[in-house]
Design a protein around this ligand. Structure first.
Ligand SMILES: [Zn+2]
Length: 49
């Protein structure tokens, strides 16, 4: 199994990641995704009259 973050072989201690660092990176991405969902995307390029 390869680490989904960096592609290195995963270790049993941190699988499916290769290290705690990569596990934390993935957790951060997951949290960012969940926080991003409720907020509507800002589109300041749109012109409204
Ligand atoms: Zn990794």
């Amino acid at each position: 199994m390869k680490c989904p973050i960096c592609g290195k072989p995963a270790t049993p201690e941190h699988k499916p990641f290769c290290s705690r660092r990569c596990a934390e990176i993935d957790l951060g991405r997951w949290l960012n995704d969940s926080y991003a969902l409720p907020a509507p995307p800002e589109q300041e390029d749109e012109e409204q009259e």
